[in-house]
Design a protein around this ligand. Sequence first.
Ligand code: NAP
Ligand code: FE
Length: 362
Amino acid sequence: MPTKLIFEDIFESSNLLKPLGSKCMIVTGKSSSLNGSLSDVEKALNNQNIPYVIFNEVEENPSLENVESAALLGISENVDFFIGIGGGSPLDATKAISVLVKNPHLNKNNLVDGNSYPTYPVVAIPTTAGTGSEVTPYSIVTLHEKETKTSISTRFFPIYAFLNPKYMESMPLNITLSTALDALSHLVEGYFNTNANYLSDKIAEAGFLSFSECINSLKSSNFTLKDREKLLITSSIAGIVISQTGTSLPHGMGYSITYHKNIPHGFANSVFMGEYLKLCRESMEEKVDKFVKLCSYTSLESLISDINLLTKVDFKVSLEEVESYTSEFLLNDAKLRNHPAPLTKFHIESIFNNSLKNYINK
Ligand code: NAP
Ligand code: FE
């Protein structure tokens, strides 16, 4: 994982920015930068006399169209490096925008054409603690044409990530919970994964221990700065894990209810997490037991019950919708391949049916 992690204010390290390019584009959302992060970045750039433009219209779950409109601004302004500020949406968007600005002959569809293209440097400043995007090579975009989300085909890491828990203090409770559950799902899906290896497992195990220290604050909805820091570190550890392994079933399944029901990404994974973990236990009992213990639980059931408690969602689906999400997911070879045990159509149908049965429109 080549990203250099920096645990101090960006102003203190502003000299690192000068070699990155001659003009910067700050990419962010409307509220994610209202916590001091944007003004800290502006101060750092001004300190180095680096000119910059700001694009602050990144959508949640950014679409190809959203990314392309930012890229048009970047191209017309001749920017040659990027600072992304925000949750996973702005950070992922920044990576995708960098590809289009570096290669102005490309259009939005080239982002998902299977090819890898050169990029301009990206600095990442997370303001949520969950996606780990600051330490992953992935950029997840919404494809309206296919009514789902996918990773762009160019994979590259941010050059620097500034980790500052003070930016998370403005996060509303539901975003804190959803993003923390996203981090947990990265750890879990990276641990029970075809691509897992001795080292990625050791890192995931460190992540489970770190997550176990966050559970009380998550359950009590009460967060000190130290708790915010712990959540942020857990999220980055989890990002390091999925950089090696990729994600698996809950991520692929969650895309359907994020796209069609507007369920935040971390909650969307969690809706499927209980059934998925029970499936993992069928083929990896010892590893599941170890995971449960590292999270400081005595049984998988009590851990699942807490995950469900923290998953604040309210939506309705029809039986036809459940069937259509299931069929759509069965085409997602990349996620299916990452599950390390044999899978049948029945397994997938059971996870969808059992996870969504409480949300069926009667
Ligand atoms: P997000 O979509 O980036 O942000 C959710 C909401 O929280 C937005 O309204 C955002 O405001 C707001 N927000 C962010 N930081 C805040 C703060 N400090 N204070 C107050 N509000 C704040 O949520 P996310 O869960 O972090 O990211 C989800 C995206 O990341 C999804 O597209 C997902 O697929 C992707 N993801 C990527 C990876 C990866 O490896 N790259 C891994 C997992 C998930 P704004 O509208 O201002 O932004
Ligand atoms: Fe995720």
